[in-house]
Ligand binder design. Structure first.
Ligand code: NAD
Ligand code: TDX
Length: 336
């Protein structure tokens, strides 16, 4: 494999993965196809823009022509492109169905038509639904509960259908909550870090006892690299960090790392349909040779420091469209 198309490569995980590939696979050519939605940002890739092995194409994965043109001659596609924020999927689900479902179908058609060797679909633990006890295995039934999760689950089913019907060389990864540098400040960690830096309240949904499993983005990139090269066609691989924390624990940790008071926490009206817990069994990926290498406390300290030191990156994102979204999502919430 030499030429990799990374769709959605200007977003949070995609840009970290592009950097990972250029560093660890220096003979590869990496092409990014990205629509540059509110979440896509070329500044995420500023440090690699002059790398001769990197190329950026501005375009939509729902656009058949641009996808076919860009995918011509590539050995693999890794698809990160998606609408990704659960709260936005409650406000405007349409974009999620377009990009996450229809866009994935357009990519699968390109894989079929062009005979591309490998298609990796980046999916999520949210497709399993809320897991009150135990941990999800790859064969569990999908039970998505938000429009975002339902769109991602539909995409997973379409990927598997193309595998079954046409023998396409597909693999799916289902990761838990990622954290690290370049995450758009609507997601809980960068949102709470940047609010706290400005001494603004941290809007914690409900009782704050919902559990997420935190995965450092660098560990996720290593898992995707492994699955891209060694994953069995047709298989699904869970990718979890093994760091299950309640949101209130996570919030307390952020405030401690920043030396800010716990009084910044404001319990507000819960997210409708808020999944209580996600938990992944990752034995299948471990058997392929992957383990997360970063300790949660250290990776969190490093991540919080990154936002402290890179205000140039996030400050300008928190105005304009963001301010309007913030008002729509948080303006009506009551303090509990
Ligand atoms: P993100 O929102 O930061 O980035 C998404 C990127 O996709 C942006 O660059 C955006 O411009 C691009 N994009 C959106 N619609 C597009 C379209 N129609 N055509 C081309 N590009 C388009 O997302 P992220 O957090 O980096 O997530 C990447 C992938 O990983 C997603 O598929 C998501 O479902 C999955 N995932 C994310 C997490 C997480 O914790 N962030 C966990 C598990 C899985
Ligand atoms: O303001 C907030 N207050 C709050 O309490 C926000 C934004 C979130 N939360 C809670 C909700 C969740 O329990 O924090 C937890 C994490 O929320 P998000 O950062 O919105 O992530 P989540 O909904 O868990 O989904 C994320 O992980 C799985 C990503 O956004 C998805 O793209 C990924 O698939």
């Amino acid at each position: 494999m030499k030429r990799i198309l990374v769709t959605g490569g200007a977003g949070f995980i995609g840009s970290n993965f592009v950097r990972h590939l250029l560093l660890n696979r220096p003979d590869y050519d990496v092409i990014v196809l990205d629509k540059l939605t509110y979440a896509g940002n070329l500044e995420n890739l500023k440090d690699v823009q002059d790398n001769p092995h990197y190329q950026f194409v501005h375009g939509d994965i729902c656009d058949v022509n641009i996808v076919q043109q860009t995918a011509e001659g590539v050995d693999a596609i890794v698809n990160f492109a998606a609408e990704t924020h659960v709260d936005r999927s409650l406000l405007e689900p349409g974009a999620f169905i377009n990009t996450d479902v229809y866009g994935t179908y357009v990519l699968l058609e390109a894989v079929k038509k062009l005979g591309i060797e490998r298609f990796v679909q980046i999916s999520t633990d949210e497709v399993y639904g809320s897991v009150e006890e135990g941990s999800s295995v790859e064969t569990d039934q999908l039970a998505p509960r938000s429009p975002y999760a339902a769109s991602k689950a539909a995409a997973d089913l379409m990927v598997n259908a193309y595998r079954t019907s046409f023998g396409l060389p597909t693999v799916i990864t289902r990761a838990s909550n990622n954290f690290g540098p370049y995450q758009y400040p609507e997601k809980v960690i960068p949102l709470f870090v940047t609010n706290a830096l400005d001494d603004q309240p941290l809007p914690l949904y409900g009782d704050g006892l919902n559990v997420r499993d935190w995965l450092y983005v660098g560990d996720h990139c290593e898992a995707i690299d492994l699955v891209l090269h060694k994953g069995e066609p047709g298989e699904v691989y869970n990718v979890g960090g093994g760091n299950e924390r309640t949101n209130i624990e996570l919030t307390g940790m952020i405030l401690d790392l920043l030396g800010k008071p716990q009084s910044l926490i404001k319990h507000v009206t819960d997210r409708p349909g808020h999944d209580r817990r996600y938990s992944l069994n990752c034995a299948k990926l471990a058997a392929l040779g992957w383990q997360p290498r970063h300790r949660f406390e250290e990776a969190m300290a490093q991540t919080v420091r990154w936002y402290v030191e890179n205000e140039w990156w996030w400050r300008k994102l928190k105005s304009g469209e963001y301010a309007d979204y913030y008002n729509r999502n948080y303006g009506h919430r009551r303090t509990l």
